[in-house]
Ligand binder design. Structure first.
Ligand SMILES: [Zn+2]
Ligand SMILES: [Zn+2]
Length: 157
């Protein structure tokens, strides 16, 4: 695995460094991890790694296209290594679990705006919100009804 990451780093013009390899390893093991999780996991392997260094590595990986940053509304930014396929995300309102979902319909960008205002659109970022399987099982019917009621209230207001 590490050999591949070294090649990938070189391909995008980044020097191969231990911190970069560590962060790549963490991202491979924990898709959709937030910064705190990545810092903690990377420092477990490299205690000398500062949070600032980890932020720097994430920044470099994202701007070079090796990693992708997603930002579900109201949630911390999440990072993943699955890039370039215009995939979307399912996010659980209750526990924050994130799952990948392939292109919504047909080829990227999946959504066709009614008016592109002259833009050439090549990507659409879609977040589907709901309750994950686990939370649906754990959520008592009463709470589920309250949630539904809240949703209706929101629509009327
Ligand atoms: Zn959940
Ligand atoms: Zn993803």
């Amino acid at each position: 695995m590490e050999a591949t990451w070294q090649e990938q780093l070189r391909t995008v013009g980044l020097r191969v460094t231990r911190p970069r390899l560590s962060v790549l390893q963490v991202l491979a093991e924990r898709p959709h991890a937030d910064v705190d999780t990545i810092v903690t996991a990377a420092r477990a392997v490299h205690p000398t790694l500062s949070p600032q260094a980890v932020y720097g590595v994430l920044q470099a990986l994202v701007s070079s296209g090796l990693a992708r940053r997603i930002e579900p509304a109201g949630a911390p930014a999440l990072f993943e290594l699955r890039v370039g396929d215009n995939h979307h995300h399912l996010v659980c309102r209750s526990c924050g679990a994130v799952a990948d979902v392939d292109c919504a319909v047909g080829a990227a960008p999946c959504l066709t705006p009614s008016d592109t205002a002259g833009f050439v659109v090549d990507e659409a970022e879609v977040v589907f919100w709901g309750l994950c399987r686990q939370c649906r099982v754990e959520t008592p019917a009463e709470t589920a009804q309250v949630l539904q009621h809240d949703n209706r209230g929101g629509t009327i207001a």
